[in-house]
Design a protein around this ligand. Structure first.
Ligand SMILES: [Zn+2]
Length: 447
């Protein structure tokens, strides 16, 4: 009988409650990683530091973060298991979501209105950002009164900003054609109390002194802060059929991967990698196109391989027997826009996870990895759907092809069907995340 890490598979209602709470508490990738690390630590996983020497214990459970915005968690089976020959079972997702990022020197004033300069992070759908009660969260770097550098996470929590729409009386064409000039139209309104240069940094300084426990902070030096919608995630629909929330793409997948890792067993070598910067191309030190995953896998091989001269070969053997399930949301077929999907490949909400396939390798799925995933779904009696973009439309992509190309791992791209992807509030089915969690729990179980 395989030993479970945590409790048995979580039922749907408590799974969804945990998912909603996770997303609500994770307004930025930094917060998502902080929460995932806390969940892992509470379940017996040990934090590793990339800058230190690793001595991994067989039977141990570990996690490591990079830039505080990407995280890799894994378990090592005990020494009766030939880890290299068995390969690693990987689930991959991303921690970032399109949003508005506050500029380094954001102070703006027009008339007496205090506004913030913002830039668009990723492919955000901009119209839904108007008329929302927005707050601010992210990372602040400061120098303290002893001239030491420090950094802390902040989440203001309360709504402090808004981007008011222009009234329709002043733009009669708004319902016919509304485009958004990001430089001109997106700076949110913060106050009507006047502003001077540096006022936002002063606000941050007093906030972190008062709320982040850094009472000796002397000056804010830089920050990575985003605006986010304060409306809490919710189950909606006549019978709670839907999950309505910001950042479903892709915190939903981060959460279900992590929960599946906890519910999986420790006789297979399982790993979850959640990377930042997917929405801007993944090309960064902590993104999926960077060396983080390869570095962690190489260090693990360095610890478990007994063939000192052949570690490079053992690394390749590990990858050859490995599988990556790359999890990212899929476009559900929208009843008001049926023509946007191929009629044979329109995933429907609450009808199961979606396998994403693209002949041009925008998704990394191949027939073998798809077959394996479908067999897993059948094993736990979860229906499965397929998505192929219309032949006359461009296809999106995921961390799947990037990771597959980077380290040569066999990959299947999957996800739950979603509406309004990259909006400030997205919509998924309330059955699907739990269904995919059950599939991934089977993936992380030994047989
Ligand atoms: Zn995504």
């Amino acid at each position: 009988m395989a030993q479970l890490f945590g409790d048995a598979v979580v039922e749907k209602d408590s799974f969804n409650a945990g998912l909603l709470e996770f997303i609500a508490g994770s307004p930025t990738p930094f917060h998502a990683v902080q929460r995932m690390a806390a969940i892992l630590a509470a379940n017996g996983f040990t934090a590793l530091e990339e800058g230190e020497a690793w001595e991994l214990r067989r039977g141990g459970r570990y996690y490591v973060t990079r830039n505080s915005s990407s995280i890799i968690a894994f378990n090592l089976p005990d020494s009766t298991v030939d880890v290299i020959a068995r390969g690693v079972r990987l689930a991959g997702a991303h921690t970032d979501s399109p949003c508005l990022r506050i500029k380094p020197q954001p102070d703006m004033r027009k008339n007496n209105y205090v506004q913030l300069g913002v830039e668009v992070y990723g492919g955000a759908l901009l119209n839904p950002w108007f008329d929302r009660d927005l707050s601010i969260a992210g990372r602040v770097d400061y120098i303290d009164d002893q001239r030491s550098l420090g950094s802390c996470l902040i989440d203001i929590g309360k709504a402090v900003a808004v981007i008011p729409s222009l009234a329709i009386h002043l733009d009669r064409e708004a319902n016919q054609s509304k485009s958004v000039n990001a430089q001109k139209e997106l700076p949110p309104l913060l106050s009507i109390s006047g502003v001077r240069d540096g006022a936002f940094d002063d606000f941050l300084l007093s906030w972190i002194r008062e709320h982040a426990g850094v009472t000796n902070a002397a000056r804010v030096l830089s920050h990575e802060l985003s605006l986010y919608d304060t409306q809490a995630p919710a189950l909606i629909g006549l019978h709670d059929e839907f999950i309505s929330s910001a950042r479903l793409d892709n915190l939903l997948s981060c959460y279900l991967s992590l929960q599946a890792l906890l519910a999986g067993d420790d006789t297979s070598f399982n790993m979850v990698v959640c990377s930042d910067h997917e929405e801007v191309g993944s090309s960064s030190a902590s993104g999926a196109q960077g060396p983080f995953l390869r570095s962690v896998l190489e260090r693990i091989v360095g610890c478990v391989s007994t063939r000192v001269e052949k570690r490079a070969e053992d690394f390749e053997r590990l990858i050859r027997s490995a599988t990556l399930v790359s999890i990212d949301n899929a476009h559900g077929v929208h009843p008001n826009y049926m023509e946007k999907h191929d009629s044979n490949h329109g995933p429907i909400l609450n009808q199961g996870p979606v396998v994403k396939i693209n002949a041009n390798q925008r998704y990394a799925s191949n027939s073998t990895s798809v077959a394996r995933f479908k067999a897993l779904c059948a094993k736990v009696e979860v229906p499965v759907q397929a998505f192929v973009v219309r032949s006359d439309m461009a296809c999106g992509s995921t961390i799947g092809p990037i990771t597959a190309a980077g380290i040569g791992i066999e990959t299947v791209d999957v996800g739950v069907p979603t509406f309004a992807m990259h909006s400030i509030r997205e919509l998924a089915g309330s059955d699907d995340a739990h269904s995919l969690y059950r599939v991934m729990t089977a993936f992380f179980s030994a047989e």
